[in-house]
Design a protein around this ligand. Structure first.
Ligand code: FE2
Length: 340
C-alpha cells in the first residue's frame, strides 16, 4: 500500500462501516461457516469476535480432524513502523510524514501499537507468532532495530515475512537498489535468502512465503510441496492475499479501496481477476488448493482491512486487519473432540 490516499480510504471505510471506533459486524456478513460445514463436515470457522480494550483480536477457530492438541497462532501484518534516525538522514522527512499517517483508532503511533501487539503475544503465549509483511514501513535502521528488539523479548517462536514495503527506501521501490541495498537489511530480523521459511511442530507445519513481488520463489514452491508431504496440518502465510474462489467480497472491497487496474482487475490480490500469478506462483496456489491438500488456512495481509473468505470449499483465507491499528488475528486449530 502506498501513500496517504490509502490511509484516507481506510479511515473513510471504517467510519462508514462502524460510525466510530471499531465494530466487526461487517466482517461476518461473509459468513463462511455454513459453506464449510456443509461441504466438508470437517472444518468450521467461527464468528469473528469484537475487540478487547486496547487491541482488536479477530479470533477464528478451525476444527481439524485427527489433531490431538490445540494449536494457536497469533498473526499480525501491516504494522508500517516508520522509525528513522540520522543514519537514514536522506529519508527523514518522508519517514516523519509516514510516522504521522499510520496511527491507530486511539491515536497510537505504529511503534506503540506494535509494543501492544508484542505484549499481547507475551500474555497469550501462542504456539507461534507470525508477522505477515510490511511490519516496517521502509528499510530504515531505526525501525528494523526496534522490531528486532521487540521480537527478542519473546519466548514464543516467530516467522517473519517480507512485504512490499519492508524494503522500500525513499523513492527506491522495487528498484535494483531496493533489492541490492535495502532488502538485505531485513536479514537482521529474518532469513531472507530464498523467500520461504517454515517451522514444524508435532502435528502442524507453518510456512511463510515472501510474495512481495506478487510472486513466490521456486524455493517456496518446493518447500510447500515438502511440508505438504509430511502428513501434518499445514498453515500458509503470504503477504498478498489470494483471490478467493468462492465469493467476490474481498475482490470487490479491494478494488473499492485501492483502485482497479485494466479490465477491472484488483491491483492488490493474486489471481485470475487480479495480479496474474506467474507459473511458479500458480503452482504454489494450486498446491494449496488441490483436493488432498493438508493446507487448512492461509494468513495474508496487504489490504489493510480484516476479511475472511473461502479460497475453495476447503481452505479459508484470513486477511489481517492493519497491525498499525492494533489488530491481530488469533487462529486456533482445535481437535475435533475438544469443546472450546
Ligand atoms: Fe503491502
Amino acid at each position: 500500500m502506498r501513500g496517504r490516499r490509502g490511509l484516507i480510504a481506510l479511515i473513510a471505510m471504517l467510519a462508514t462501516v462502524s460510525g466510530c471506533g471499531f465494530n466487526n459486524d461487517y466482517v461476518v456478513k461473509t459468513d463462511l461457516s455454513s459453506k464449510l460445514g456443509a461441504k466438508t463436515g470437517a472444518i468450521k470457522v467461527e464468528k469473528t469476535i469484537p475487540a478487547p480494550d486496547d487491541i482488536t483480536v479477530h479470533e477464528e477457530v478451525i476444527t481439524i480432524p485427527g489433531l490431538t492438541e490445540e494449536f494457536e497462532i497469533v498473526f499480525t501484518a501491516d504494522n508500517h513502523i516508520s522509525l528513522c534516525d540520522d543514519r537514514d538522514s536522506a529519508v527523514l522527512e518522508k519517514a516523519a510524514k509516514r510516522y504521522e499517517y499510520f496511527k491507530s483508532f486511539d491515536d497510537s503511533y505504529a511503534d506503540e501499537s506494535f509494543e501492544t501487539v508484542i505484549k499481547y503475544v507475551e500474555s497469550e503465549n501462542p504456539n507461534l507468532f507470525v508477522l505477515g509483511g510490511d511490519v516496517v514501513d521502509s528499510a530504515m535502521y531505526a525501525g528494523i532495530e526496534f522490531v528486532s528488539g521487540e521480537l527478542s523479548k519473546l519466548e514464543v517462536p516467530y516467522l517473519y515475512g517480507i512485504g512490499n514495503h519492508d524494503f522500500e527506501y525513499g523513492d527506491e521501490y522495487y528498484s535494483a537498489t531496493a533489492f541490492s541495498e535495502y532488502l538485505p537489511r531485513l536479514s537482521q530480523i529474518s532469513d531472507i535468502s530464498n523467500g520461504v521459511r517454515s517451522i514444524e511442530f508435532d502435528e502442524v507445519v507453518v510456512l511463510i512465503a515472501d510474495d512481495y513481488c506478487n510472486k513466490v520463489t521456486p524455493a517456496a514452491l518446493a518447500e510447500l510441496q515438502r511440508v505438504c508431504s509430511l502428513g501434518k496440518t499445514v498453515i500458509v502465510s503470504v503477504h498478498v492475499p489470494i483471490e478467493p474462489g468462492l465469493g467476490d467480497s474481498l475482490w470487490e472491497m479491494s478494488k473499492a479501496i485501492w483502485g482497479q487496474g485494466a479490465d477491472a482487475r484488483s491491483r492488490v490480490l493474486l489471481g485470475s481477476n487480479s495480479c496474474t500469478p506467474d507459473e511458479t506462483t500458480q503452482a504454489f496456489i494450486d498446491e494449496i488448493l488441490k483436493a488432498d491438500s493438508p493446507v487448512k488456512a492461509v494468513l495474508a495481509g496487504h489490504v489493510h482491512f480484516y476479511h475472511k473468505d473461502m479460497l475453495n470449499d476447503k481452505v479459508v483465507q484470513f486477511v489481517a486487519g492493519p497491525g498499525f491499528n492494533k489488530e491481530v488475528t488469533k487462529l486456533i486449530l482445535k481437535p475435533e473432540n475438544i469443546q472450546k
